[in-house]
Design a protein around this ligand. Sequence first.
Ligand code: BGC
Length: 736
Amino acid sequence: MKTILCVIGLTSLTLSIPAQNKIPVYLDDTQPVELRVEDALSRLTAEEKIQLLHARSKFSSAGVARLGIPENWMSDGPHGIRAEVIWDEWNQAGWTNDSCMAFPALTCLAATWNPEMAALYGKSIGEEARYRNKNVLLGPGVNIYRTPLNGRNFEYMGEDPYLASCMVVPYVQGVQQNGVAACVKHFALNNQEIDRNAVNVTVDDRALYEIYLPAFKAAVTEGKAWAIMGAYNRYKGQFCCQNEYLLDNILRKEWGFDGVVVSDWGGVHETESTVYHGVDMEFGTHTDGLASGAKNAYDSYHLAAPFLNLIKSGKIEEKELDKKARNVLRLAFRTTMDRQRPFGSFATPEHGLAARKIAEEGIVLLQNKNNVLPIRLQDTKKIAVIGENAVKVMTVGGGSSSLKAKYEVSPLDGIKNRAGVAVEVTYARGYVGEAIGTQDGLKTQNLSDNRSSDELIAEACRAAQDADYVIFVGGLNKHGYQDSEGKDRKELGLPYGQDAVISALAKVNKNLVVVILSGNAVAMPWVNEVPAVVESWYLGSEAGNALARVLAGDVNPSGKLPFTFPAKLTDAGAHAAGDYPGNNHEETYREGIFVGYRWTDKNNIKPLFPFGHGLSYTQFAYGKATVSGKHMQATETLTVTIPVKNTGERKGKEIVQLYIGDEKASVARPVKELKAFEKIELAPGEEKIVSFIISADDLKFFDDKRHEWVAEPGKFTIYIGASSADVRASVAFELK
Ligand code: BGC
């Protein structure tokens, strides 16, 4: 016995502590995680293990209270920490302390082409999750942009597997440095919302491995993600949450994933296949209608009573239960039971600044004829801002990624604040989109307006005609069919008659800037009528400030498109060759590996705006590319260099992109594929030499017969450019 004398207030107490005061291994964070896992597991009853495997409220699962193992609390993701909902309802709980910082949508993050921005994003949102006591962030999403109609593209990182891989890794690492697991979603092939709960995707192995899996693989093998979410759809006839091919063969065996697989909400449909091949944790509203609305609904989840019964009856061995329980315990030791993890912070000015920086780097200047932009504020008396999206709340909506933001600066307010009192900023609606005042359980604005479109256009034109600049802010809006979960868009065109408004404005004012807020490509039949077009995404809390700073030239735009803007829908492979959205729950990705620019390159299609495109207020001149050798052995690397010079008058950032094409191969290959990029900043007149290292890995395709990556000897061409369609230099070499 060891005796300590404690003095509390005026009384003194004698406490006795047993000499054998060794804490159990599972509580001892000086012990290796695997030892702690085994120790904890050995103390659990089958019932306690089972309770780890399924939800017991909308976003939480039980821990083991008896042993001090905490509950798991999850939150969407991926753009901010979602507001609290009622225990077992989707309705908001009405807390007053859960208004988060809204970060830009992941399309914007991808458009920065800057892994440092992804690290900042991950770190910041991870801090918010940690502060709110969430140990799993349901994000990021890395499903590949296959069709511009997919309602959830705004939550993903574009069409290119290499770009998405480069951006997802630092995001995951940033989140997890807070002791919060990133749950990468939706694994896999969830590339559309129509029929998402049933569609069975047929895709060849080359497309699977070369296009749809790399970002997930990077998140797991390089980012070391602690969690991954199974998708709703099916692959090879099996639901993704109970999919032997995806979860056992690829995720666990090929990639060595040791984290926890979480189901998408309601994505589990059967008990035994889930036990043997499926997720470790089952979440959802209800499961197959089994338990919808019932009291203790969660007991009926496949990974609850049905699983326990199979064990009790001896039909399934307890070792299957242990496998899953281990993964959940590992999650606890990495997150809630890591005493070293930081405490986090929430909706701070630092996070506001991070959100603004990411937004500013992601905004893409698509077109800027006659250098209409930036706005010369010193010579400006009047700016007319037109369009519903200039005033519409955009952090709310879109489905599960909807946020209750601490604040959101609208484009109109951002422009007004930046323009200052010396400039008159007028506003006209232009068109009426969605008027309702509630969305995703949150009160927003009531934007109803009974005027006819002719009246609205006439008013907009009156406001526009004597303005120095007209800023039209439109696009999509995260309502159903307009970039929203569960509902794909119905067409590529802009909704609510916006095309007519833009054309009318172009007739009355030549200084027209069209700003599109969207997470998807949109058709632009008026593109030749307007001088300037800006893609401004969904930018979160700092939206208006970031946009205004780019329009005013405080920030020189440096974002580039993470996906192709096709001129028409059938210019996208999924629509020209594929059978999107499928028939009778079956869909074949017939375009195979030819997604995005791989499709337009192959078919010589001129997109409206190509992948990788984005302008600056300055210009960059590319010099001659050189390569360190004309021949390369498979074990060697080559260095490619190119000088890039800022020939304009402003400091700016350029994203130098390197693509590689295999000149002759035994299989069909894309004309070229992105294999490296570098975002550099240059002062006026400054030149930098950008260098890239190429290895045989960059030359490989996935050989589906041998089930391995192969680089075939022969000639390759390296293309370096400012976009996938703006190649400025090329060099050739031969792989021996
Ligand atoms: C979505 C997930 C989300 C989950 C929880 C599902 O409907 O597909 O992305 O994380 O709901 O809100």
